[in-house]
Design a protein around this ligand. Structure first.
Ligand code: FES
Ligand SMILES: [Fe+2]
Length: 393
């Protein structure tokens, strides 16, 4: 068309990747709807859009403060495709920076470690833990260093990333434009108003490499439909007839049940949230705050499951277990019970991971169109697909 200006909106791009019908099927009533088409799980273009429009713009869980408990401790990770690191400052403040030297773009931190200064391995420019440039050896010629009293300014200091904390959980927002974290987390806070979250303490984490798209992790996480088939121990603890589909409230999916009897790993043998009612002592709850902050609550714990997209067909999971009070989280007297909780999560998550890999492969089949969903159990699963698309619009 002569002289016409075409604007390539995210919506146009999505429709091009999914096909017009593949896009529209998400918004039909659940009886006629399908889930996201295969391209949303394999396409590099789609993946890049998610990284840019979802993971860089949202609050993303980056770890526990306890992982970097000492001044100088660092944790590198990649969020929305952007390498960053967290560092515990001499002043006790946790800061985040893009993981790159301002000179020639070398990665600064390659693994979790403890440092007094952040020195680049390439030409040894050094930065304080506050990200300010301190010195550039030999920069002006042999033995002629540049030194800086108060940093090098905008072009030379490390590129800061926004960090906020939620009861010992660290979140980052790469774009710097997300609503304040407490707004983002409001639905969870409201639902957990009876729980004293200030009592949670980090007890450790598990890492998993998963051969599936990150969305499959959460689509699986949300629905209790598969429990009878996949999780014999969990089924015994919370049978199908105590379960329901859950629902979305704003950016957060909420589900839960009352279980008939506590067991080791879920409620028995470890301290409970202080002042928890008898009612809540027999309750399990789980949440997903978009895009990836999944948390499971039992009377004795706060367990976080987060997936970091690495490629369309690959993600990395971290599962962080928080228990109630210092003794439960780190004390010798609770070592056996603590290990029981962590083992329980390890077993359960591995039961899911084998399925995730198979679902990723199934989405190579050209005849699969996103599937038919159970109106009883899977309306929230469809809701998740819609949220993904909404966030990308
Ligand atoms: S790239 Fe870091 S000092 Fe040269
Ligand atoms: Fe599962």
């Amino acid at each position: 068309m002569d002289g016409a200006i075409t604007t390539d909106t995210p919506k146009n791009r999505m429709q091009r990747i999914l096909g017009q019908d593949g896009y529209e099927q998400l918004f039909r009533p659940i009886e006629e709807a399908s889930g996201l088409p295969n391209a949303a799980y394999w396409s590099e273009d789609w993946f890049e859009m998610e990284q840019e429009l979802i993971f860089r713009r949202s609050w993303v869980f980056a770890g526990a403060r306890a992982e970097i408990a000492e001044p100088g401790s660092t944790k590198p990770l990649v969020i929305g495709g952007v390498p960053i690191f967290l560092v515990h400052g001499q002043d006790g403040v946790i800061r985040g920076f893009q993981n790159v030297c301002r000179h020639r773009g070398m990665q600064l931190i390659s693994e979790p470690c403890r440092k007094a200064t952040l020195t680049c391995p390439y030409h040894m420019w050094s930065y304080g833990l506050d990200g300010k440039l301190r010195a550039r050896p030999h920069f002006q010629g042999p033995n002629q260093a540049d030194t800086f009293k108060d940093g090098g300014g905008e072009k030379l200091d490390l590129i800061a990333v926004r960090v906020e904390e939620f009861f010992g959980c660290l979140f980052v927002n790469i774009s710097g434009t997300a609503d304040p974290l407490e707004v983002w987390m409001a639905p969870v806070l409201e639902q957990l108003s009876e729980y004293d979250l200030s009592a949670i303490r980090w007890a450790g984490k598990l890492d998993f490499d998963v051969e599936s798209n990150w969305k499959l992790v959460y689509e699986n996480y949300m629905e209790g439909y598969h429990v009878f088939a996949l999780h014999p121990r969990l089924l015994k603890f919370a049978p199908m007839d105590v379960r329901w589909s859950g629902e979305w409230r704003g950016n957060t999916f909420i589900n839960g049940y009352r279980f008939p009897k506590m067991e080791q790993g879920r409620g028995q043998g470890l301290p409970h949230y202080p002042g928890l009612s008898d009612e809540d002592s027999m309750r399990g709850q789980w949440f997903l705050t978009m895009p990836h902050f999944a948390v499971e609550i039992f009377p004795d714990q706060f367990t976080v499951l987060v997936a970091y997209p690495e490629a369309p067909d690959r993600c990395r999971e971290e599962l962080h277990v928080f228990l109630i009070g210092d003794d439960a989280a780190t004390g010798e007297q609770y070592a056996a019970e603590r290990n029981e909780v962590i083992q329980m999560w390890d077993d359960l998550n591995k039961e899911d991971i084998s399925i995730l890999k198979g679902m990723q492969q199934g989405r190579r089949c050209t005849g699969y169109d996103g599937g038919r969903l159970s109106p009883h159990w899977e309306a929230p699963t469809l809701g998740f697909a819609r949220k993904v698309v909404e966030m990308m619009s």
